[in-house]
Ligand binder design. Structure first.
Ligand code: CA
Length: 225
């Protein structure tokens, strides 16, 4: 069951959306746009967020920015602000869609379905399968079919991070921050050599199912064929 987090201060609207989404088979959690919004996002790990922009305590766009620091979870903005500049600002900050209030709840359900259908985002699942490649986060193991893939811990973390965000490109700096941590002193070379080792370990998988591709001038992306 896919999880949808609704961040909306107006309870009647949130409840209406919740009822329709639950009827359509989604698991829904409501947050009133308070200080817990990001905490709920990080711990509950939704597959999609419906985000109101006009919140009493904070700007919804700030929440969107925070969500983006955690990756590419799809976000649909819900708001009474229907003007074009707001819409452009939301989309430029990485919202996936935009619905102006008042809305038809059926339309919200349809948009959620569409955005989820085209999304490659995988929430923090315990296990990801990309064809024959399985990444088991609780055991911290990768395997190809039944064969374990032998990786050093950091290389495993690199693969795990890329696998959570398939088809998305990350710069070497982003990978250093995400995988090695802010205070790591080594440079881009560490990323390149780790990528080389992971590629070697995934040789069989790369023949037919996917690869870690180099995006020139940008960085790396785990592509699924
Ligand atoms: Ca509001």
């Amino acid at each position: 069951m896919k999880r949808v987090l609704v961040i909306e201060d107006e309870m009647p609207i949130a409840r209406l959306v919740q009822v329709y989404l639950e009827r359509a088979g989604y698991e829904v959690h409501w947050n009133a746009g308070d200080a817990n919004a990001i905490h709920t996002f990080v711990t509950w790990k939704p597959e999609l967020v419906l985000l109101d922009l006009m919140l009493p305590d904070q700007d919804g766009l700030d929440i969107l920015e925070r969500i983006r620091q955690y990756g590419s979870c799809p976000v649909i903005i819900l708001t009474a602000k229907g003007s074009v500049p707001d819409k452009l600002q939301g989309l430029s900050l990485g919202a996936d869609d935009y619905i102006a209030k008042p809305f038809d709840p059926e339309e919200v359900v349809a948009r959620v379905q569409t955005v989820l259908r085209r999304s490659t985002y995988i929430a923090e699942a315990d296990m990801i399968r990309l064809g024959s490649l399985t990444i088991d986060f609780s055991a911290q193991l990768a395997s190809l079919g039944k064969e374990p893939v032998s990786l050093m811990p950091r290389d495993w973390q690199l693969l795990a991070f890329l696998a959570r965000h398939p088809n998305q490109c990350f710069s070497r700096d982003q990978l250093l921050d995400q995988v090695w941590g802010m205070d790591f002193e080594g440079g881009d070379r560490s990323v390149d050599t780790a990528i080389k080792r992971v590629r070697k370990a995934l040789r069989l998988w790369s023949e037919t199912e996917g690869e870690i591709s180099t995006i020139r001038g940008m960085g790396y992306s785990l592509r699924v064929y």
